[in-house]
Design a protein around this ligand. Structure first.
Ligand code: IYR
Length: 237
């Protein structure tokens, strides 16, 4: 890698910062005891996360949502292209329009588009086409993938590993929200084209997920699910 940008190839710009220059990275080494303790506590806190479909309308501190989005935006990404946009939807009218359009698509899906096998897999979750969480939950975050970079003059440049990058970022967002005391639902209305129109996003962006955020309703219940044990999901060789 060249040490400075002068003769560095620039073909995939724009970049943020100067990845051709390296800077020291010396995070303080955490003592093993503390590491074990942190990991064990984190594991249990994360295990307490549940997807919530019934939300209280109580407001959440908006800054928590911004901070969680800032956490998500620290995710690693292909070629550090950071191919994501997080839209924090506050306007109740816009939320109402998103709900209406999502319910329209979901109704078609639940009425048969998903197919019998998929509908059977969803049945135990009790989901249906009614998406009241989109207007009940006080926060709504819509995540878009930037499928490619689009310059102001219309120039397009390929983005790499977009699904992986945005998937990781959304995982970090859900973790940050949970660890900040909020509950969320990851919702993937399909097809999602309407979101680009309703939220007036550019042509290079494709909706990835709609995430209502808030506190569980007082009478909220969740399915009695059991997670796979570590033995079932991990192989050590
Ligand atoms: N997108 C639909 C259906 C749905 C699909 C899966 I996979 C789920 O885990 C839950 C729901 C909906 O949001 O209702």
């Amino acid at each position: 890698m060249p040490e400075n940008t002068t003769d560095a190839p620039q073909q995939w710009t724009p970049v943020h910062g100067d990845p051709y220059r390296s800077v020291p990275y010396r995070p303080e080494r955490m003592p093993a005891e503390e590491s074990l303790d942190q990991a064990d506590r984190l594991r249990h806190r994360m295990d307490g996360r549940r997807t919530v479909r019934r939300f209280s309308t109580d407001p959440v501190p908006e800054q928590v949502l911004r901070d969680a989005i800032a956490c998500a935006a620290t995710a690693p990404s292909g070629a550090h292209q950071q191919p994501w946009t997080f839209v924090l939807v506050k306007d109740p009218e816009v939320r109402r329009r998103i709900r209406e359009a999502a319910e329209h698509e979901e109704k078609i899906s639940y009425d048969g588009r998903l197919g019998e096998e998929w509908l059977a897999a969803l049945r135990p979750l009790g989901t249906d086409a009614v998406k009241s969480h989109m207007t009940d939950a006080p926060g709504l975050i819509v995540v878009f993938q930037q499928r490619y970079w689009l310059g102001e003059d219309g120039t397009k440049r390929k983005h790499y590993y977009v699904d992986e990058s945005v998937g990781i970022a959304v995982g970090m967002l859900l973790s940050a929200l949970h660890l900040s005391g909020l509950s969320a639902l990851i919702h993937t209305p399909s097809p999602m084209r309407f979101l680009r129109e309703v939220l007036d996003r550019p042509e290079n962006e494709k909706a990835f997920a709609v995430i209502p955020v808030g506190y569980p309703a007082e009478d909220c219940e969740v399915p009695d699910l059991v997670r796979k044990s570590l033995d079932q999901v991990m192989v050590e060789i």
